[in-house]
Design a protein around this ligand. Sequence first.
Ligand code: IFM
Length: 448
Amino acid sequence: MTTIEFSKELKWGAATASYQIEGGAREDGRSPSIWDTFSHTKGNVKNGDHGDTACNSYHLYKEDVQHLKELGVDLYRFSISWSRVMPEGTGELNPKGVDYYRNLIEELIAHDIEPMITLYHWDLPQILQDRGGWESRETIEAFKEYAEAMFKEFGDKVKSWITINEPWCASFLSNYLGIHAPGKQDLQAAVDVSHHLLVAHGKAVQAFRKVVPDGQIGYAPNMGWLEPYSPASEDRDASRRGMLWQKEWFMDPVFKGSYPEELLQIFEKENAFLKLESGDLEVISQPIDFMGLNYYSGSLGRHKEGSGLFEVEEVPLDNRRTDIGWPIYADGFFKVLVNLRETYGEIPIYITENGACYNHEVQEGSVNDQERIDYLKQHITSLHRAIKAGVPIKGYILWSLLDNFEWAEGYDKRFGIIHVNFETLERTRKESYHWYKNTIKNKGFPLT
Ligand code: IFM
């Protein structure tokens, strides 16, 4: 029988994010975030869904930790709701908000699960958006203040931190494509936001070194993989341009201290300019301890004139899709990992998210999500191949522990290995939960 086996050193985890699971949106002093505003504005989210209650993990966190414990994970990646702990965006901390995370952290540690905190998973306090949000450099300073306060509160117990989740989504998807909060369609705004997010990341890293000198910090960019459709130079160039937008724009500044020239020129042709201030690139390129990677999908990249900024058409490999419509491309996961090492060197990598959307429901008490298991097998096999190819991978964190609020898609799109009934909030472990539990226990799985 063919088996995939990992070393004992690889860490296994599961991930969630505050707005997607917590609920308790108006409780104990939390102020609205941009996602409260956006989801309560008609037409932005499918079915008018919002995160007011979500999975109610604000109250059910102990039950969730129990699921994590029995799953056997080494670590749990969750995010802090900025507006819960610092309702004014800056200044005073909200003791009840801070207590929620302190209790969660203590519960995790009591069950031998390492907490990994994401500081920013998109829920910017609305009060800061009202002052310009990430388009304003003031938000960089606010983020630094918030990050520093969190390091001081939790840095004695939490040693693994992520500054920003998926800066591409927080900038271009939200401010250029208009699909996520705050829902703008303005390339200049998106370029400004992307740069400010990276400066904020660098400033948080600087603060971290002082407050948590024995901790590790990184960030979690998302990217797919675009394999050139053919060896023709026009397809190779088109694929490269598509990848520059997802990868180099968010990684070159951090690891090389520069933005990719070709992309600057593409943006300039559209009258969108990078507004660099002196010292920005030095701040952004602070050494970090690990690179995160959120990988879900990929395609073939084919040159097509007139198709968007990058003249690249994404051609799916075949007709396999997850239930959110994303093509499945497990080999792309291997390719992107090898490419990251070739481009940025030996920096340790955590897979900070990987998983699949399948919308199976509970039938006679169980959820048979074999498709999710197949997806995970294929992707974890690619991970194994990447490790064998010498990519320094430290951990694999599955998205997601729970079905949750899938942003503009609402609750219809399910990524969890635990099913959540959004009427009763009852949790039901899916077949994939049991499969992942065995994989963690055995440090691998049989391929058949
Ligand atoms: O649910 C999201 C998550 O918040 C960020 N990464 C992708 C996931 C699936 O879309």
